[in-house]
Design a protein around this ligand. Structure first.
Ligand SMILES: *Cc1c(COP(=O)(O)O)cnc(C)c1O
Length: 364
């Protein structure tokens, strides 16, 4: 098995990070700051933000320590040295390619269907992207995934709960990949807070090639501030810190994230409400004859196969209700992805689907 150092791109390993004024001076006794060509006016936004977001990272790590437990006892052993913060998880996805994949030589393997940004980032970086189909029931095929890898495969992307399918990936299957794949295994956990299984975060200390992606965009209800997290071995985090934009997470975002993290209880109850709504939406949808299948979901959305999903999608748009049309996605013909909203929003969606069904019925 290759070491992290062997997996990293040689130019990235060798480069020296840009050193900003705020990197060079770190201390708290000073009171006159004339080192960064900032304006003295318009405090506090006149100052550059903390390039490594130390305060925010400490708060996120504390939150995870309080909330994540593996098999009842194992607490999370990670620290802020294992955490990268970026402009959405999308930044971390891009950095994985830039730090590890040699353009036109290396490749990445991923499950299909899954989140679209893996492929966009692969192609932007001129990295071959190999898709391995999920089974009919959206399970991963470990043998097929491993068979798709070769000596130039640096990254393997899993997403659990997966987008757009909503299901979790079996722990045993992830374990098998961890044991047999000679590269970085990325588990995208954007929806983990809606799931009834623990995060892979607790396993970072044992697996130096495991990368866990999380975000403040979904359960934390902060998609607008753009804050994504990558958890990994500190060597990987150091590589990311070398090549990221120096001030990649702005001050307003850092402040908004801290304020939100202080409302842990509220967020927890919102997540519970979304989960309850998801389950009552499931019951409503399963009662509708035009819904052929409501797939199991551990996320804040339901993937539903309809008799004519495409027509339903356009009908709903006319009614001012926007859902995600996944009709053209691999293994998702006729499928719409329905995000769980407030009770009132969800009821309006159900009403819209019902009146579509009535109109279709009148036509036949
Ligand atoms: C929504 C989502 C993200 C979040 O991306 P951000 O850039 O953090 O908003 C990441 N991965 C998956 C699979 C998602 O669905």
């Amino acid at each position: 098995m290759r070491s992290l150092k062997e997996l990293a791109r040689p130019n990235v390993r060798a480069l020296k990070a840009y050193s900003s004024a705020r990197d060079e001076y770190k201390g708290c006794e000073a009171h006159v700051f004339l080192d960064a060509n900032e304006s003295p006016y318009n405090s506090p936004l006149n100052r550059y933000p903390d390039p490594l977001q130390e305060e925010l990272k400490t708060m996120i790590v504390d939150n995870r320590h309080r909330n994540y437990i593996w098999k009842d006892s194992d607490r999370v052993q990670v620290s802020s040295k294992n955490l990268f913060l970026g402009n959405g998880s999308d930044e971390a996805i891009d950095l994985l390619f830039r730090a590890f994949c040699e353009p036109r030589i290396d490749n990445a393997v991923a499950i299909d269907p899954s989140y679209g940004m893996y492929q966009v980032c692969a192609e932007t970086n001129d990295i071959e992207y190999r898709k391995v189909s999920l089974t009919e029931h959206f399970e991963i095929d470990v043998d097929a995934l491993l068979a798709a890898t070769d000596g130039h495969t640096k990254l393997l992307f899993l997403c659990s709960p997966n987008n757009p399918t909503g299901n979790l990936i079996d722990v045993d299957k992830v374990e098998r990949i961890l044991a047999n794949f000679d590269g970085l295994l990325i588990v995208d956990e954007a929806y983990v807070d809606f799931a009834n299984k623990p995060s892979w975060l607790t396993r970072i200390p044992q697996h130096d090639k495991l990368v866990v992606l999380q975000t403040m965009s979904k359960a934390w209800a902060c998609a607008g501030i753009r804050l994504g997290m990558a958890w990994a071995n500190d060597y990987i985090i150091q590589l990311f810190n070398k090549i990221k934009y120096p001030y990649n997470v702005n001050k307003l975002t850092q402040e908004a994230a801290k304020n939100r993290l202080m409302k842990e209880e509220l967020v927890h109850s919102e997540v519970q409400q979304i989960i309850e709504e998801r389950e009552s939406m499931r019951i409503c949808l399963e009662a509708l004859p035009i819904a052929i299948c409501v797939y199991p979901s551990q996320a804040n959305f339901l993937l539903v196969k309809f008799q004519d999903g495409d027509a339903l999608y356009h009908y709903l748009v006319q009614a001012g209700i926007i859902v995600r049309n996944r009709n053209t996605v691999h293994r998702c013909a006729g499928c719409l992805r329905l995000t769980i909203g407030t009770k009132a929003e969800n009821e309006e969606l159900i009403k819209g689907i019902e009146s579509f069904a009535q109109e279709v019925e009148q036509l036949v």
